[in-house]
Ligand binder design. Sequence first.
Ligand code: SF4
Length: 68
Amino acid sequence: MGTVNVMHVSADKETCAVSSVCVYRVPQVFDQDEDGAVEIIDANPPAELHDAVRSAARGCPTRSIHLR
Ligand code: SF4
């Protein structure tokens, strides 16, 4: 068995500043609802997107993206 490489992405709409940074960086994972707040479209992204998702989480101005 290889190393388990699962990422779970969540985001807090309450603190999201609707900056769209994450949506531009990783549109496969992040989208916006009708009010512009972040919406997760793939909570378990494939391994090839993990670096981009980590980068988007670091780049979120309100730290609204959570990874585990
Ligand atoms: S980067 Fe952060 S503040 Fe900007 S849309 Fe995404 S979750 Fe919201």
